[in-house]
Design a protein around this ligand. Structure first.
Ligand code: ADP
Ligand code: MG
Length: 208
């Protein structure tokens, strides 16, 4: 056997809103820090009303994060500025669906440098279309964790993000009240009117 350097690794955490993607990302990053690995975490500057310097879950767990414009170029610039990348073992990214397809090349570049790259993001939009680079990232990953939420109509496992209201914009930032988790049976991509029963939690994060 030849002696190989430690290989990098791409992990994707996906599923609908409220499925626990951010929670799982935070859990993995905290464990990496316990193992004395050097962690850098990022999130897009889509909505900064709550945490400017952290990712947070709907259950109010947080982890420090740097905010970047959601382009692969700006994330790359952050990571490689002053050779910072050489002092990082694990790269975490939340809301990966907002980044361009260049994020897949960046993830591959990082993995070839021996980094562990953990990306969390929605797999589908409110219209049930594949969301941004996430499906490709899933294809290239070493490990994919697809989480489900709880359907707010029947309590069954939910794989869809239901948008409540009329907007057809791809990105409408918000959480409880604007979106809720739905199972296949109760998912209605083009719903007109609905009163949300999505659980409202204290300090709800408002990233899409
Ligand atoms: P995501 O990042 O996938 O949107 P989060 O990690 O932010 O999810 O939040 C997951 C938490 O959201 C759960 O642990 C639970 O406390 C809460 N929650 C609120 N509504 C739901 C739901 N419909 N299904 C599951 N969890 C929900
Ligand atoms: Mg999240």
């Amino acid at each position: 056997m030849t002696n190989c350097p430690t290989p990098g690794r791409i992990e994707v955490i996906t599923g609908p809103m409220f499925s626990g993607k951010s929670e799982e990302l935070i859990r993995r990053l905290k464990r990496a820090r316990i193992a004395r690995q050097r962690v850098a975490c990022f999130k897009p500057d889509i909505d900064l009303r709550y945490h400017r310097t952290a990712i947070s879950s709907h259950s109010s767990q947080t982890h420090d994060a740097a905010v970047v414009t959601p382009t692969s170029e700006s994330l790359k610039a952050e990571l490689f500025a002053s050779n910072r990348i050489h002092a990082i073992d694990v790269v975490g990214l939340d809301e990966a669906q907002f980044f361009d397809t260049g994020i897949t090349h960046l993830a591959m570049e990082l993995v070839h440098l021996g980094k562990r790259v953990i990306l969390a993001g929605l797999d589908t939009t409110f219209a049930n279309e594949p969301f941004g680079p996430v499906p490709v990232l899933m294809a290239l990953a070493d490990e994919v964790t697809k989480l489900s939420a709880v359907c707010m109509v029947c309590g069954q496992p939910a794989i869809h993000t239901q948008r409540l209201g009329h907007s057809q914009e791809l990105v409408v930032v918000g959480a409880a009240g604007l979106y809720e988790a739905r199972c296949r049976t109760h998912f209605e991509p083009f719903l007109d009117e609905h009163h949300s029963e999505q659980l409202e939690l204290p300090q709800t994060e408002v990233l899409l």
